[in-house]
Design a protein around this ligand. Sequence first.
Ligand code: 5AD
Ligand code: SF4
Length: 468
Amino acid sequence: MTHTPDQTKDTRPNTRKVHIKTYGCQMNVYDSERMMESLTGLGFEVSAEAEGADLVILNTCHIREKASDKVYSELGRLREAQTRKAETGGRMMLAVAGCVAQAEGDEILNRAPQVDLVFGPQTYHRLPEMLAKAEREAGAQQVETDFPAEDKFDHLPQDRAVDGVTAFLTIQEGCDKFCTFCVVPYTRGSEQSRPVAAILNEARNLTAKGVREVTLLGQNVNAYHGIGPDGREWGLGRLVRALADIDGLARIRYTTSHPRDMDDDLIRAHAEVPALMPYLHLPVQSGSDRILAAMNRKHTADDFRRIVDKLRDGRPDLALSSDFITGFPGETDQDFADTLKLVREVGFAASFSFKYSARPGTPASGMVDAVPDAVKSDRLQALQQLLDAQQEAFNLSCIGKRLPILIEKPGRHPGQMVGRSPYLQPVHVDGSADLVGHVHEADIESLQSYSLFGTLVSNRDSTERACA
Ligand code: 5AD
Ligand code: SF4
């Protein structure tokens, strides 16, 4: 028997396919997973590629110019896939989600009229409803970029599918810091923290499904101030301690932090909670006080140094990663030299560095005294050279140490397993698949590009130890 496309849709709803392409930060990865869960609940199957899918969602990033340019080129490419789908009698709905959707709204439809849905990060819970409307009314484009008053977190699916032994867990959204270069306060809205009970509940559910490590997510995660079961606001340090009490949860991480929100309780948690990994992503952006002030960072280079010193006093094996911007408007050679000086003094195990790009609507985009692109590039190259050398030196310093490894999955070769060190380095060891989900100590023997190789020292679950 043959089906017309319409009959197929009506009688076999389970065969619809969705492809989600995710750009940008871990928050977007998390959001895409949640969208996928609500769509599989509607009978969609995940498709690894856009070709032939009934729904393609681009979950976009607007943080830097290049990130949003990529979205428009992908939309151009998808036009052809849409045409091929239409030629077979089908329809490929196209949705743009995430921060480009939030920032550009209707403008996306002007530039890419084949898009059906545009929706910002605050409206994901309305996806099933928007989709039903788009399916009913082909050609009726919808743009949803409100910041609704209702609590977005209430709509997260309660029962998460779990893939592997590590998981992200959103605890906070949005940012009130308004760094002058940054679009996040405009695309993600103001800070909101999830209540403690909801987070502990989700963490317990994840742990029951085999998760051993959670990474707490938020655009400004250490500004966390959720309501606790006692009716008072809890900070991140207190939340971390409560999470560490969950049986089976071996490792806790959090990202991304702001130096201003590294309060003493959180710093103490680094010294006192073994499950809190000694690896912290703490963006500094610049080492020049003049530039930090123009960026509205509200901290100085010395504030940053002091925070690092306090963290290392309590946890000497703590390693840091950071974000840097070169060529912010008005940045002089001296300002840049101050950045290099800070990098040399602090020492970073890994880092992300970017050329400044003006983002529409941000205060810095109106600043005069732009730095020529060639200068931005030269500075970026010099900074990256230094940061790469520090990363390599850090990785090499792990050789000869005994590190606890959370075994995650089989490696590329038979009999090999891959896990992560406390510092997120991949570590390859010989071992069997039943080790997955266990923390084992390994003697680190060599480094190949960014991966460590070592030998397991025991078959017992180890307690996390410092790698001094
Ligand atoms: N130009 C360059 N880099 C930027 N970032 C954010 N906005 C911009 C911009 N306009 C960088 C910051 C931030 C990271 C996520 O992206 O370093 O910490
Ligand atoms: Fe953007 Fe981070 Fe500054 Fe917030 S704290 S405005 S997210 S750079």
